[in-house]
Design a protein around this ligand. Structure first.
Ligand code: NDP
Length: 329
């Protein structure tokens, strides 16, 4: 049996946390031969609820779950972490401006970035789910002194999965037949689900779905507004699909990407596709056999796509500027 790996999760008593933990503990994420330790991090008021989650984890008697830590202490929570899943963040309340939210959450991610750098393994990978996730991730990465920037990610996989499911439904195929779907930019209403490079059964989507007006209009709007549509329908946010996408991201970054395909996740730009270096932007990513990753470069970007990418990157720059006091150096 392998040595256990440690997964630290903030917001562990929340809705997404509840949908995440049991799948990690069951072995369905890291494999049936990989024991795990779960470090569950919550704010003090949520510790009693977290205790209930721990009781349920105990009651599952998962063979692969070795140790559970439930804590509000970041140093203890991130100790020896192999993965840090930053899920907890303060939700936007009525009357709150976006910049207020950026500032409130920014302070949380400053401390978490520092605590990861001080306590986690030097190889720890961090995935930010809590919104606004791109900018929260930028803050965590910038404050995690000593850790490589390429170990920080923000989640856009839910948008990718939503886009694949919409294209599959329109084409009358299964979602697994849709590949090469890249989400560009921010996990927000400005994100661009790139149908130009996406494929269905290896053919360009634009050949399979000839309705360009639908692709440019309703398709993009449906993906961008999907979270709001789910809240309207079920009266609660899309926690299960968000948790699923977080785990898809972890797996996609842990296993080699299928030949010719890519997956979407926000990473710190090095200037690829003309995106300003230092911006945490979603792009097409391939995970290599040695576990490292690279941006898929050389895709031709048409004028329509460029306009959409420019808009979402402009929003990310605004967000970065709003939190510049929280970014050292
Ligand atoms: P959820 O578990 O439902 O959501 C957590 C975060 O994930 C939110 O920022 C949410 O953004 C984001 N998110 C990303 N994608 C999605 C998606 N598709 N659907 C829904 N949410 C998405 O929130 P809960 O309120 O149930 O739980 C949050 C937990 O975090 C609480 O237990 C709380 O105690 C904890 N917390 C921890 C903090 C910390 O670590 N310092 C700070 C604040 C809270 P959005 O709000 O935009 O939906």
């Amino acid at each position: 049996m392998k040595d256990p790996i440690t997964i630290s999760i903030t917001g562990a008593a929340g809705n997404i946390g509840y949908a995440l933990l049991f799948r990690i503990a069951s072995g369905s994420v890291f494999g049936a031969d990989q024991p795990v330790n779960l470090h569950l991090i919550e704010i003090e008021p949520a510790l009693p609820a977290l205790q209930g989650v721990v009781m349920e984890l105990d009651d599952c008697a998962f063979p692969l779950l070795k140790n559970i830590v439930a804590t509000a202490d970041l140093a203890e929570g991130f100790k020896n972490a192999d993965w840090a899943l930053l899920v907890g963040s303060v939700p936007r309340k009525a009357g709150m401006e976006r910049n207020d939210l950026l500032g409130i959450n920014g302070k949380i991610f400053t401390g978490q970035g520092q605590a990861i750098a001080a306590n986690a393994k030097p190889t720890c990978k961090t995935l930010v789910v809590g919104n606004p996730c791109n900018t929260n991730c930028l803050i965590a990465m910038s404050n995690a002194t000593g850790l490589p920037k390429n170990q920080f990610f923000a989640m856009t996989r839910l948008d990718e999965n939503r886009a694949k499911s919409q294209l599959a439904a329109k084409a009358g195929v299964h979602s697994s037949q849709v590949t090469n779907l890249c989400i560009w930019g921010n996990h927000s209403a400005t994100q661009y689900p790139d149908f130009v490079h996406a494929k269905i059964d290896g053919k360009p989507v634009t050949e399979v779905i000839s309705d360009r007006e639908w692709l440019e209009g309703e398709f993009i709007a449906t993906v961008q507004q999907r979270g709001a549509a789910i809240i309207k329908a079920r009266g609660a946010s899309s926690a299960a699909s968000a948790a699923n996408a977080a785990l898809d991201t972890v797996m996609a970054l842990s296993t080699p990407t299928a030949e010719g395909d890519w997956h979407s996740v926000a990473i710190c730009s090095n200037g690829e596709y003309g995106i300003e270096p230092g911006i945490m932007a979603s792009m097409p990513i391939r995970t290599k056999a040695d576990g490292s990753w690279e941006v898929v470069e050389g895709l031709e970007i048409d004028d329509f796509s460029q306009g959409k990418i420019d808009a979402t990157i402009a929003e990310l720059k605004e967000e970065r500027d709003a939190v510049k006091d929280l970014i050292p150096g």
